[in-house]
Design a protein around this ligand. Structure first.
Ligand SMILES: O=P(O)(O)OC[C@H]1O[C@H](O[C@H]2O[C@H](CO)[C@@H](O)[C@H](O)[C@H]2O)[C@H](O)[C@@H](O)[C@@H]1O
Length: 388
């Protein structure tokens, strides 16, 4: 690993560490919701590591990398940041600045849109039950879905992510793609050859339902003594949130999680943004969900499709990798800072995702002659109606 890679990784973690808001706890809503814990810490039990050496080592590495991203450490790296940013942006340019390149790649192709939820459509907040998306973002997604088949692909339970997004015309893949359902209301794609189809419902981890329920309850019990820890039931997977836990308890909390999961060899632990995710060991992830949806939509072996996947998290990398391996489609990472990624392009934050979706819809309207557009100095500035 090069020095630059080290910096890139650390700065990526620094971003996550830098997000620190107050913690307005709301009671859980659907899907069994999230359970909260408070109280005194427990002693670290070294024996927790015994049967979990591999995943345990990964979890410890994660805790260490989070600690390395403290503001002081990040400041020490500041002189290198500009260089790293420049190099990284060259490799993963902004999807907004390369918009023309992206739309020219879509010529003669049907765009299919895949959108992660947390950190992509909604800003990251302390309380997972309060991660609402804005009305303007909802309008942008609704508009996009009227031209392109659009799916939300989230680690959250499907019902919960639907409660946030509230658009019936979308495909939803919850629990990291382990719970897929087609649109409740058939979308009408405007002036497109593609008329849409209803994806079959798919739950490849259905036999894990009761196991996850049991593990969720055990995690709630085991972590309740860690102040700020929160466990979320995502139906076919569960999340243990570290965001509101003092750094000094992170190792202890990770050990508690491992102590539970070591008794379930059919489950594994993966890492997200200040969260450990517990999920079945089955070979299914957001990348598989993307492939499944493309197939359901009739695009499996077709060259006239352009999947566009936008996401901010490690779990989205599985989908970026699928696009790379297929040599088809466009991966866009949402991140303010350099991170290792298989995505080709980047956007800084959810508001830029909204701008990108809006611009894509404007461009589509123009190409379909739905609305006249305006170029200024050869640069597309939007449809006539939005230009003042
Ligand atoms: O695939 P995603 O839709 O990105 O889901 C991944 C996890 O997202 C949520 O947690 C993240 O967002 C929270 C709200 O902003 C934040 O508090 C947390 O620190 C983030 O990790 C969700 O709550 C998790 O269950 C998902 O696994």
């Amino acid at each position: 690993m090069t020095n630059q890679n080290v910096i890139v990784q650390e700065m990526g973690m620094a971003v996550a560490a830098a997000v620190a808001n107050s913690y307005p706890f709301l009671p859980p809503r659907s899907c069994g919701g999230a359970a909260h814990a408070g109280g005194s810490t427990m002693s670290i039990k070294k024996s927790f590591l015994s049967s979990l050496e591999l995943s345990g080592a990964r979890v410890n590495a994660w805790v260490e990398s989070m600690k390395a991203s403290s503001p002081t450490h990040a400041k020490a790296l500041a002189s290198s940041i500009d260089d790293v940013n420049t190099v990284w942006m060259r490799k993963h340019p902004s999807a907004l600045s390369k918009f023309e390149q992206i739309v020219s790649a879509s010529k003669g192709k049907q765009i299919v849109m895949f959108l992660d939820y947390d950190g992509t459509l909604s800003p990251i907040v302390d309380d997972p039950d309060s991660a609402f998306m804005s009305e303007s973002m909802r309008a942008a997604v609704r508009d996009a879905a009227s031209y392109f088949p659009t799916a939300i692909v989230s680690g959250r339970c499907r019902d919960k992510v639907y409660d946030f997004v509230k658009l019936t015309e979308l495909y939803y893949a919850g629990s990291h793609g382990m719970d897929i359902r087609g649109p409740a209301k058939a979308p009408k794609y405007k002036k497109s050859k593609y008329q849409g189809s209803k994806a079959p419902n798919h739950q490849p981890a259905s036999e894990f339902l009761s196991m996850i329920e049991e593990v969720f309850k055990r995690l709630v019990e085991t972590t309740k003594s860690t102040p700020g820890a929160k466990v979320e039931n995502n139906k076919f997977c569960a999340s243990v949130h570290f965001r509101c836990v003092d750094e000094k308890y992170w190792s202890d909390l990770a050990d508690k999680v491992k102590s539970v999961i070591k008794e379930y060899p059919m489950l594994r632990i993966t890492q997200g943004r200040k969260v450990l995710e517990i999920r079945p060991t089955i070979k299914w992830d957001k990348g598989k969900a993307l492939e499944f949806l493309l197939e359901s939509l009739g695009f499996a072996d077709r060259s006239d499709v352009l999947p566009v996947y936008i996401g901010d998290d490690r779990t989205d990398e599985d989908a970026f990798k699928v696009l790379r391996d297929r040599g088809q489609g466009i991966g866009i990472l949402v991140s303010k800072h350099p991170k290792e990624t298989k995505a080709a392009y980047s956007l800084k934050e959810p508001t830029e995702v909204m701008d990108f979706l809006t611009r894509l819809v404007d461009w589509k309207r123009l190409t379909l002659n739905d609305e006249p557009g305006v170029y200024k100095d050869k640069i597309w500035v939007g449809p006539t109606s939005t230009v003042r």
